[in-house]
Design a protein around this ligand. Sequence first.
Ligand code: ZN
Length: 233
Amino acid sequence: MSLRSVVVVHPGGDDAANCGSLADRAYEELRQRILDSGFEPGTALSVPALARELEISRSPVREAVQRLIHEGLATHVPNRGAEVARLEISELIEIYEVKEPLLGLAARLAATRLTEVDVDALKAMMDEQDAALTGDTPESRFMELDVAFHGFIADVAANETLRRTVASFENKTSRAFPSGWSNREYARLSVEEHHAITDALIAGDADAAERASCAHVRKVRIRLARRHGEPHT
Ligand SMILES: [Zn+2]
């Protein structure tokens, strides 16, 4: 696909002025392919090849790839260039072990800081998740809804350090979600667990919200481990 057609290029204009916007679009396109598993882990991200395919010059592509590396979605391999990051299941399990208390804390803080507007937003999110379970919903949509749900709770928790720490894991773990959400029974369980978190938040019960959030992350970790044949104590 060409990105050039969607960017206004001024004839004879300053190429640098277009570069930022082209780099943003190249970044979005490559990121989406990685998250949708269109690019498998280990796929080479060749700047010249991608520039040819996207029909743009190399510098915005190089900038996009650097950004993916910075965010952990790609890695630089000496003598080979960039490739889509490989995530070992053992590393994923480790991340979930760290996420468990952090998301528990986020829910605890959010339970006491939730406003009426936040309650309405949470209810709307749960309606969307319930609806997603009934249709032929792609895994990437479930992944989006999950990231939005946990991100929202982290926002309501209003602790910037915590929010940033939780967000730093998302790029890595969200790539694992297509496999986690591809199993409809697992998806149903996750939505059920989100309901338990939401109920505790709306009740303003900090202890219950923390417990429900920790339990959810722990169960997701166990389901992922089971799916990949890993021990899961
Ligand atoms: Zn979740």
